[in-house]
Design a protein around this ligand. Structure first.
Ligand code: DQA
Length: 147
């Protein structure tokens, strides 16, 4: 069965390529999305991309995914660390979700060490730069196919 995956990116991830390239790498979000499209051909899954700087818009996307999407790949950006509302939305729709970070949040400032999303995700992938997304997509599709 072809898995239908929603790829969500939170605040400031539209600035990738410009934003602290030593931390987040040189690729723009568009370039990362192109890498994912290539991988999706191999994995034979469908992708929908959405980025927003607004918490409510991300929640709307998660709610609208209910009944339509098989899995969610999300980099919640800074919302990772404090958005109980995004966590509750993922929990409400019960769509298998993988949390992605470009940087290894566990070796950065202490406020980044805790994720309020992790407890409602299948797992978290952090620290592999743009490859966190491709590793995450593979892991998600494998998990769904096994499901
Ligand atoms: C991030 C890590 C977050 O702490 C930060 O606020 C981001 C990006 C990452 O991909 O490494 O915006 O999610």
């Amino acid at each position: 069965m072809e898995q239908n995956i929603l790829v969500l990116n939170g605040p400031n991830l539209n600035m990738l390529g410009i934003r602290e390239p030593d931390v987040y790498g040189a690729l723009s979000l568009e370039m990362i999305e192109q890498k994912l499209e290539k991988l999706a051909d191999e994995l034979q899954c469908g992708l929908t991309f959405f980025q927003s700087n607004h918490e409510g818009e991300i929640i709307d996307q998660i709610q609208q995914a209910y009944g339509k999407v098989n899995g969610i790949l999300i980099n919640p950006g800074a919302f990772t660390h404090y958005s109980y509302a995004i966590r509750d939305a993922i929990s409400a729709v019960q769509i298998p979700t993988i949390e992605i970070h470009l940087s290894n949040i566990h070796k950065r400032e202490s406020f980044r060490h805790h994720s309020v999303i992790a407890a409602v995700a299948i797992g978290q992938i952090a620290g592999f730069g743009a490859n966190s997304y491709t590793i995450g997509l593979r892991a998600l599709v494998e998990n769904l196919n096994e499901g």
